[in-house]
Design a protein around this ligand. Sequence first.
Ligand code: GTP
Length: 572
Amino acid sequence: MSLKTRILGLAAILIISAATASWLAYRQLSSSIIERWGQQVAEIQVRYDSARLLQSLEREIGLARQMAKSSALVQWAQNPDAPQRQAEAIHQMESFRTNFRDKSYFVALRSNGHYFYNNANNEYAGNQYRYTLNPDNPDDAWFFQLIAEGRDFHLNVNPDTELGVTKLWIDVLMRDPQGEILGMVGTGLNLDSFLQDIVDIGQAGITTLFVDYNGAIQLYRDRNYIDFASIIKPEGQKNTVDLLFDTPQDKQKILGMLQLLKHRQGQAGAVESGFVTVDGREHLAGVAFLPTIGWFEITLIDLDTLLPASYLWPLIGVFLISLLVSLLLFHIIIQSRILRPLLALEGGVKRLREGDFNLPYMPKPDNEIGRLVDHFETMANRLQYNTHELETEVNLRTEELHRLARVDALTGLKNRRGIDELLEQEIQRAARQNQGFGLIWLDIDHFKAINDHYGHQAGDEVLCRVALWLKTCLRPYDHPGRWGGDEFVIVLSPCDPQTLDQIAHRIRAHVEVESQRTGTPVTVSVGGYYGQPGEGLDTLLRHADQALYQAKQRGRNCVFIRRPQNEPIRPA
Ligand SMILES: Nc1nc2c(ncn2[C@@H]2O[C@H](COP(=O)(O)OP(=O)(O)OP(=O)(O)O)[C@@H](O)[C@H]2O)c(=O)[nH]1
């Protein structure tokens, strides 16, 4: 796997890990914010809904209480059979009727069970007595139950089968000055319009309901759940609030809240809240106790409706885009600042390893890698310079060794190897140009005697002097060499037979004359041969050697030139 893939993979893993951790932290934080926010909203909503209900009811309850205390009604209730008192009482009732919101009232007398009622249409004008309550009739049980309980005030949602209406009844006990219960007065509110005004107000995601002191549902948008006439129902048959919740835990939770608030009745504005599940959706429930009417107000807030998950899509979108942009930027930075310079550096190192000093372009970012590239370039330049210097030195030394290997150390002339190579070249040139060249082989006469007589050192000096004289006699482009001992070989090129002859004699004469000037006179015997194109080295040397031999045979200090036909052109 390449470094680039590894770095990008690692970066992606790190970014995704950090993002996941951030996301989880965000989820945790947001859910705790939502919880706190929701609880505050629930409390505000509960108080708002409670205020709306009480605002609506308080005036009606106040009027009903006034009606219960009306002296005309109290006196009539004490003497229900007195026509005058009844007329005054009915007059009083009718005046209250016009003030009630529902424009209706009821009055029920304990003494005779007579039930009086008139409605908004004044339908029962002059005929307000409707029927007589019967303790054995279940429909009338509410009256006798409330009398028995002695509760001064009660709210009751109940269909009146006699009147054919379902209302939220406000029931207030009527007492004489001694506190004796004389009957019950009140008014009813049309349930449908009340539900519409107070409960089912069309706030998306918010459900409001009211339950009585025992948790029986009194006001709820779905009438099927309302526990009508709950006052007369035995426990266990009531539609209680826990019916709305899915799990036993939530049922317990909501009933627990009711219990808690009952114990805190003295605490004004106390609200309990918590998360519950209704119809499979998470809701925040807020509960408050309304001591004025003895009911609980419950507000259910659907969190998904108030704060839908779709609100988070833009956040997730921004997060994903940020993630992609971060990865892209990371890729660009890593590519330009690290990977590209490293790849170029690797290419440069590879070339240098193969001995190629022509380095590729290597970017130098302003970081450690840039400095590394810089050092590498300096190192490569130094290496190139040193290599060049070394090669030059080695070439010079090699050339010197080559030269020394072909030079005679004593005389400075070519040695036998040098002469051999030179002759090879001449043989090739002669063949190529079809042109012969001259070859001279000479030997100092009686050199052994010189050594013996004057010493080896003197012999060496003679060898050096002869070498010097040879050079004097030759043209600049001729090549003298020491074959070994006291023998010298000279290559004359270009040359013709006459020139060979002239130079051979000149050498012999020159050595003889010049050596006379020294303390060691010497002579040389000279053999010459004019080589022909196509002749090999051995042939040439053999002919020259034989010519020298001839010169020696002829008494030394003479020249013998051997022609290819084996004939001397001029005997000495
Ligand atoms: N001083 C000196 N003597 C050398 C050197 N190399 C060879 N010699 C001697 O040179 C002598 C050569 O003798 P030869 O060529 O055999 O005989 P010659 O005495 O020259 O007699 P001819 O050649 O027949 O005239 C020998 O005594 C060698 O020891 C050298 O480098 N220095």
